[in-house]
Design a protein around this ligand. Structure first.
Ligand code: FAD
Ligand code: NAD
Length: 473
């Protein structure tokens, strides 16, 4: 292996591997260093996203969704069968096979693009030097540019120790081999709600402890309310304003101590998932003289261009400010690669879409109504319910709505919020509209195919100007 590169990328998640491929496409000699070990104890590219995040969670969400539809929905279509069963180990095995297919796919892409890969832990030593450690072996490589893409790891709260057996994090929650009878979850955030969906659909009694007064604090309040109602129907017991104080293992179960309105109580669970957020991963990364500084939140400090405080060292993805999302990490990686190559990589941080893959799905882009109020921006609102959309009713998925927020004076689209079937796909046209600084009127004038769910976006856009056709304005 050569020890001199134009670019060394540290981290092989969706930030790092995408940056490495784009660097190589631009003619830069590139090494990607990653230290992730997969479930089979072998090195695996793809980071959190492919191994223990986006992809495996969506595989389990899909399996469990099919099972739930068989039990609760298919009879509406006249489809009946007896004793629907799910074999959890087959479901987990299917998920593992999908993970392997995609992590192996990155190795193939690296080969095709001539990106070199090294399974090691990278440490920045200053002057463009990176120490690579693998077991007790170390080597040193040098690079004209370094991209840090070391991602994030879950954290816990005081008095709750994750053992990934009875008290699990995201990785543990994706590998449970038997449906727990009673599953406790700390945090009604993204991971908490997605994993509650998986295990709740398979039969677990779900209790979610959430410190805040609403679930998914980042979502628009109307969207969170609709979702909350649907989660209640799915028998998720979401306890707001409830703080977990401790979790102890007692007789092979987890005893959770929590506080609500100043009163402490205890409750026993078969398993407990800790989903209280993630921290930037800088462990073993920063040598004494590397010149890279951290923020007071422990993230790598970067400017809008992803430049750190050290020359020619860049940082992207979960390890820096901004939402912890795979597509944000990847787009930062592409932009940085292009900047290194002398081009003008660009990202609009105002148009990063969010998607929560519960049922109904939630998706949004841009400002929430609360944010616009706080910022004193005047706006118009257009909403439309999926219950009035023929396709949604034909699919037996009439829950939810589209809500659009447009500038009162210019009509520029400022935010789009969707809760309902296929929200994950529907949000894309709102992202495009916002990226082109389009207006609600643009969405209203575009022809949307009938019958489709996208008609709800169209009608919500018409409703901004109080001219929706299929509802009272
Ligand atoms: P990571 O994916 O964390 O990759 C970092 C890599 O760097 C890892 O392989 C790590 O081992 C390696 N590394 C760390 N330090 C070193 C070092 N010193 N030397 C060498 N290698 C190192 N996001 C979405 O957009 N959509 C989703 O549906 C979604 N679902 C998720 C579900 C779950 C359960 C979780 C936990 C996360 C989910 N996310 C989702 C978030 C997404 O996974 C992250 O935002 C994304 O993985 C961040 O990419 P990254 O490249 O910055 O870091
Ligand atoms: P999160 O920040 O989404 O939610 C954590 C929740 O835990 C918050 O609502 C917080 O109020 C609550 N909490 C914290 N301490 C508590 C306590 N002591 N008692 C009760 N509640 C407490 O974090 P997460 O769910 O761990 O997810 C981490 C990140 O991973 C997300 O922010 C997201 O960026 C990413 N992710 C994305 C997706 C997706 O895009 N679909 C899916 C999963 C994860």
């Amino acid at each position: 292996m050569s020890n001199q590169y134009d670019v060394v990328v540290i981290g092989g998640g969706p930030g790092g591997y995408v940056a490495a491929i784009r660097c190589a496409q631009l003619g830069l000699s590139t090494l990607c260093v990653d230290n992730f070990i997969g479930k089979d104890d072998k090195p695996a590219l793809g980071g959190t996203c492919l191994n223990v995040g986006c992809i495996p969670s969506k595989a389990l969400l899909d399996s469990s969704k099919n099972f739930a539809h068989m039990q609760h929905d298919y009879h509406n279509h006249g489809i009946s069968f007896e004793n629907a069963k799910i074999d959890v180990n087959t479901m987990i095995g299917r998920k593992d096979a999908i993970v392997k297919q995609f992590t192996g796919g990155i190795a193939g892409l690296f080969k095709a693009n001539k990106v070199k890969a090294s399974h090691a832990t990278g440490t920045l030593m200053g002057n463009g030097e990176i120490k690579l450690t693998q077991g007790d072996k170390t080597t040193t490589v040098t690079a004209k540019n370094i991209i840090i893409a070391t991602g994030s790891t879950p954290f816990s709260i005081p008095n709750v120790i994750i053992d990934n057996n009875l008290i699990v994090d995201n990785a543990g929650a994706l590998n449970i081999s038997e449906t727990p009878k009673k599953l406790g979850i700390i945090g009604a955030g993204v991971i908490g709600l997605e994993m509650a969906s998986v295990w709740g659909r398979l039969g677990s009694d779900i209790v979610i402890f959430e410190a805040m007064d609403s679930l998914l604090a980042a979502a628009d309040i109307d969207i969170a309310k609709v979702a909350g109602r649907e989660f209640k129907k799915q028998k998720m017991d979401i306890r707001l304003k409830t703080f977990v104080k401790a979790a102890d293992i007692v007789n092979g179960k987890v005893e959770v101590t929590f506080e609500k309105n100043g009163e402490q109580s205890k409750e026993i669970f078969d398993k407990l998932l800790v989903a209280v957020g993630r921290k930037s991963n800088t462990e073993g990364l920063l040598g004494d003289n590397c010149g890279v500084e951290l923020t007071d939140r422990g993230q790598i400090q970067v400017n809008d261009l992803c430049q750190t405080t050290a020359n020619n060292i860049w940082a992207i993805g979960d390890v820096v400010r901004g939402p912890m999302l795979a597509h944000k990490a990847s787009e930062e990686g592409i932009a940085v690669a292009e900047r290194i190559a002398g081009q003008h990589g660009h990202i609009d941080f105002n148009t990063v879409p969010w998607v929560i893959y519960t049922e109904p799905e939630m998706a949004w882009v841009g400002k929430t109504e609360q944010q616009l109020k706080d910022e004193g921006v005047e706006y118009n609102v257009g909403t439309f319910p999926f219950a009035a959309i023929g396709r949604a009713v034909a699919m037996n998925q009439p829950q939810g709505m589209v809500k659009l927020l447009a500038d009162k004076e210019t009509d520029t689209l400022l935010g789009a919020h969707i809760v309902g079937a296929n929200a994950s796909e529907l949000i894309a046209e709102c992202v495009v509209t916002m990226e082109f600084q389009g207006c609600s009127e643009d969405l209203a004038r575009i022809i949307h195919a009938h019958p489709t769910l996208s008609e709800a976006v169209h009608e919500a856009a018409l409703s901004v100007d109080k001219r929706a056709i299929h509802k009272m304005n």
